[in-house]
Design a protein around this ligand. Structure first.
Ligand code: SF4
Length: 384
């Protein structure tokens, strides 16, 4: 079937049918609509006030690349200035290439870039060292748990380093839906209570952070990158296949096959979720070690690093009531961290777990058909 005319400009042929509205648009009109929707999200949510210095968490992947590009387009209208902050987790064979993509973007868009490394912030611990420490314990799949916690802290440190007043991250609707599913599956009422909305206002001295792409589907993020010809890194992290998030992603795809709006429905459900008072987390206090926001004596990052230093990482990654290791037998001895004494003033709450999709996300892979085709899968993306 030939592609219809664009429903917006009525001049060009449509290149896609939008998953949410079913509207057939050409590439230029789709990109303009995408940018207008992100602008609306930012303005309606009062996410970035005029004058804000915004640290964009830049990974080199599709989401942060699209976020940085869209915000750069919108920056004059929003009255904000942008800084790219990238985190080097210390993942051999993966992160170096991703950081190279971030450097190309910074140079192309003339944006200042700062890179912060786990090894510098967390006493020599890199993700490869964490993986070695947990290998053989049956808990190596927890790499993303450590990484999500530490990255959040590292991004905060990097943002402060560049004088940012706000942090933005590239999480899209699919990412957030996966997080909601994971929290449901874990019965994690505390994170469900914190997970709604478009971000956090920055309680306890933390910088406000938000997710301007939270209402955009992954398919549309990929399509925007496609039509804007953005250069991004699309290899999968070596630890991603072990992540629990992969199961949530699979479940989400099954749900979307039956109900195309499932991802956004889950995002909105989390926003509307009203938890019983007893399920709400206690008011956060300060970590007794680093002073950062914490709901227990130690913040999450200090607890994780403490477990690593003592060679008992599972204490940190289990739910750990009363100090009991819920994961069973003890693990192998830890690798020698470089200098525990200088380690991290780390703190984290509301970690994303991450393990987010780093596989090559082309429009075709996501279900978009070739010009004139009827392809498009659950989202109905045609004619790309
Ligand atoms: Fe970190 Fe993401 Fe790799 Fe997991 S998949 S280890 S969260 S970079």
């Amino acid at each position: 079937m030939p592609a219809p005319q664009c429903a917006s400009c009525h001049a060009a042929r449509a290149a896609l049918r939008r998953p949410r509205s079913g509207q057939a648009l050409c590439g230029a009109c789709f990109c303009a609509a995408f940018e207008a929707e992100v602008l609306h999200t930012v303005l309606a949510g009062r996410l970035l006030p005029p004058g804000a210095v915004v640290a964009v968490g830049a990974s080199g992947g599709k989401d942060s690349t699209v976020l940085a590009h869209v915000l750069r387009e919108l920056a004059p209208r929003l009255g904000v200035s942008l800084r790219l902050v990238a985190v080097d987790e210390g993942i051999g064979g993966y992160r170096d290439a991703a950081l190279a993509a971030v450097r190309r973007q910074a140079a192309r868009w003339d944006l200042p870039l700062t890179v912060v490394a786990y090894a510098d912030l967390f006493g020599g611990w890199t993700m490869d060292a964490v993986a070695r420490s947990t290998a053989g314990s049956g808990r190596s799949r927890a790499c993303c748990t450590f990484c999500g916690v530490l990255r959040r802290r590292a991004l905060e440190e990097g943002a402060r380093l560049v004088g940012a007043t706000h942090i933005v991250t590239g999480h899209n609707a699919d990412d957030m839906a996966e997080t909601v599913l994971m929290n449901f599956l874990r019965g994690d009422a505390g994170r469900l209570a914190r997970g709604g909305g478009l971000g956090s206002r920055g309680e306890g001295g933390a910088l406000p952070r938000c997710r301007p792409l939270q209402l955009a589907s992954q398919k549309e993020v990929v399509l925007y990158a496609h039509f804007r010809r953005l250069d991004y890194f699309s290899e999968e992290c070596v630890y991603a296949p072990e992540a629990f998030r992969g199961h949530a992603r699979h479940l989400l795809k099954l749900l979307e096959a039956a109900r195309p709006s499932a991802a956004l429905d889950l995002v909105h459900s989390a926003e509307r979720l009203a938890l019983a008072p007893a399920a709400r987390p206690p008011p956060p206090g300060a970590c007794s070690r680093c002073g950062a926001l914490a709901s227990r004596a130690l913040c999450q990052a200090c607890a994780l690093l403490d477990g690593l230093q003592r060679g008992r990482p599972r204490l940190a990654i289990g739910k750990g009531r009363g100090g009991r290791d819920e994961e069973g037998s003890s693990g192998p001895p830890p690798p020698p961290p470089s200098d525990p004494g200088t380690s991290a003033r780390a703190s984290l709450r509301g970690w994303e777990g991450d393990g987010r999709d780093r596989s090559p996300p082309t429009p075709q892979k996501l279900g978009a058909g070739t010009p004139g085709s009827e392809g498009g899968g659950a989202g109905g993306l045609n004619w790309v």
